[in-house]
Design a protein around this ligand. Structure first.
Ligand SMILES: Cc1cc2nc3c(=O)[nH]c(=O)nc-3n(C[C@H](O)[C@H](O)[C@H](O)COP(=O)(O)OP(=O)(O)OC[C@H]3O[C@@H](n4cnc5c(N)ncnc54)[C@H](O)[C@@H]3O)c2cc1C
Length: 523
């Protein structure tokens, strides 16, 4: 192999895609599922980051806004424009005029890549736009447009594109040790976590793209390696959208500490985030705690006083570690100012640390350039910015909608399929047309159909019930029982695809129930 990429989050998937498109023989290994780390625990925004403007990091915003445009183009089903409402109240650390100026600069930096025009509203306009907002002290608001994405499915689509270009992707495959020859890293010992089978992979270049696990892998290379990261924990909570009654995505300054927070629509649900606290948790067990919930609930209740949200309203929480750079260990100042660092370790492994979901594509290209440098080769850049991701061939889905309705599916199911699969919804329809029962719902309170499990197993590298219910169909987040009712059926369908015996099917369903029971809904 030319490249071994360790880590199947957005960073590793992006690198594998870029490398495979440039003709490098590439294998990606992920110890759990694609996107099972930070990349499915984000705020799901593809954005320039207004907060970077406060820090005058114009180049970062510019790059991120360029990437926003690119992602809207190559994955229109997964990355969608979203209007934001940003109110300012008396006492907020940012006056309305300054916010308005910032949003104007944001629009200017997007140049022709803007996705919508911003507007400034006075108090009356702001209240008309969001009637349930706290009226006392309200000064006005700014409306602007950014983008929201399905973070987990963006990773899966990126990894699948890598596969289409010849990469090998092995999920549930953990790197246990690195292999060295003449003191240089030249591969890794891996273990299939589901079967216990071990193997070794030789590679000319090994890339560590393990997000919050970065320093663990670096210590496999060099036990004395200094930490590159200083991760912080970010928590989101999900509630029923009607409990808040907001109309648009809302950004606001937390009255507790002045941080920018978001109230974001997700179908009939709303998620609220995020916290930002120093993390001493191991990346293996990141959880929301009581203080996180209190902070989020108090902040949002202060801005939507009629909501009176309590812990009982919280349907599900998720927590992730931001792989932020510590500013140590050989990351030079210029790479730090870009929020990510690409460093070569003492024995030749390339580590990429930091970054964000939005800018993964350009970061991946830089990593592959570095790998090519090590290989002593030059290859032209890959067309990762123009070639659509699977399902993203067009955002014009009217004919696909019509086909779903003709196939006899209810509109809500069709919309759900278009949202998750874009043009690949056609593949789901085909499965259901061939076997009608595959159009049956997986869960009475959700629009997902059985054919999606077959699609997930055949095309999206789903191996477990959790892979299907958490990161592919999202029943974990979107049903009150977190998908438990669908576990037996999903296990049976997966079993049919993977050739499992009845005992294994029962075991896999039970494993999912245990997983849900272990993840407290609230704390
Ligand atoms: C709360 C929060 C909100 C955020 N919101 C946004 C946002 O709205 N927009 C945005 O652009 N960015 C956002 N980010 C940042 C973004 O989510 C991350 O920068 C990005 O997901 C990191 O991806 P990654 O691939 O580097 O890491 P990860 O997604 O964590 O992937 C690393 C992978 O490596 C695997 N791995 C670890 N060890 C091994 C091993 N030994 N063998 C094999 N595999 C291994 C892990 O299982 C994991 O899947 C947010 C981050 C957080 C925490």
């Amino acid at each position: 192999m030319d490249l071994l990429v360790i880590g199947g989050g957005i960073t590793g998937a992006g690198i594998a895609r870029d490398a495979a498109m440039r003709g490098l023989s590439t294998i990606l290994v992920e110890r759990d599922d694609l996107a099972s780390g930070t990349s499915s625990r984000s705020s799901r925004l593809v954005h320039g980051g207004l907060r970077y403007l406060e820090q005058q990091k114009f180049h970062l915003v510019f790059e991120a806004l360029r990437e926003r445009r690119t992602l809207l183009r190559i994955a229109p089903h997964l990355v969608r424009p979203l209007d934001f409402f940003f109110p300012i109240h008396q006492g907020d650390r940012l006056p309305l005029w300054k916010l308005a100026a910032g949003v104007a600069v944001y629009g200017a930096l997007a140049q022709f890549r803007n996705v919508g025009r911003h507007r400034i509203l006075g108090k009356r306009g702001a209240l008309a736009a969001e009637p349930l907002l706290r009226e006392r002290g309200l000064q006005g608001a700014v409306i602007y447009t950014d983008a929201q994405c399905d973070d987990a499915r963006l990773v899966i689509a990126t990894a699948r594109s890598a596969i289409q270009h010849g990469a090998l992707v092995a999920t549930h495959t953990r790197v246990r040790e690195l292999i060295f020859a003449d003191g240089r890293v030249c591969g890794a010992e891996v273990e299939d976590v589901l079967t216990g089978v071990r193997a070794s992979i030789d590679a000319r270049v090994v890339i560590n793209a393990t997000g919050p696990w970065t320093d663990h892998l670096r210590r496999l290379e060099d036990p004395h390696a200094l930490p590159l990261l200083r991760p912080t924990r970010g928590v989101h909570i999900m509630v029923s959208r009607d409990r808040l009654g907001h109309r648009r995505a809302t950004a606001f300054l937390s009255p507790i500490d002045g941080r920018v927070m978001f109230v974001l629509p997700w179908g009939d649900l709303t998620y609220i985030g995020t916290t930002d606290t120093d993390a001493d948790d191991s990346p293996d067990r990141v959880r929301a705690d009581g203080a996180d919930l209190l902070y989020l609930l108090r902040s949002v209740n202060a801005r939507f006083p009629g909501a009176h949200l309590t812990e009982d309203d919280v349907r599900v929480t998720w927590a992730g570690l931001r792989p932020l750079l510590s500013g140590a260990a050989g990351a030079d100042a210029s790479s730090l100012s870009r929020e990510h660092a690409i460093v070569e370790g003492a024995r030749g492994m390339i580590t990429v640390a930091g970054g964000k979901l939005t800018t993964y594509r350009s970061m991946a290209a830089e990593v592959v350039d570095t790998a090519l440098g090590k290989l002593g080769e030059q290859r032209p850049p890959a067309a990762t910015d123009t070639e659509p991701l699977p399902g993203g061939e067009t955002g014009e889905l009217d004919s696909f909608r019509a086909r779903g309705l003709e196939a006899g599916l209810p509109l809500a199911v069709v919309e759900h399929l278009l949202c998750l699969y874009g043009t690949e919804a056609a593949g789901i329809y085909n499965l259901g047309m061939a076997t009608r029962s595959l159009f049956d719902l997986l869960h009475p309170a959700h629009c997902a159909v059985e054919a999606e499990v077959i699609h997930a197993a055949r095309r999206e590298l789903a191996h477990t019930v959790e892979d299907v219910l958490v990161r592919r169909t999202h029943l974990y987040y979107e049903t009150r029982d977190r998908g438990v009712r669908a576990a037996d059926r999903v296990a049976a369908l997966l079993g049919r695809e993977h050739g499992w015996e009845p005992a294994r099917i029962a075991e896999e369903a039970e494993r999912y129930r245990t997983f849900v029971a272990r993840e407290p809904r609230t704390v």
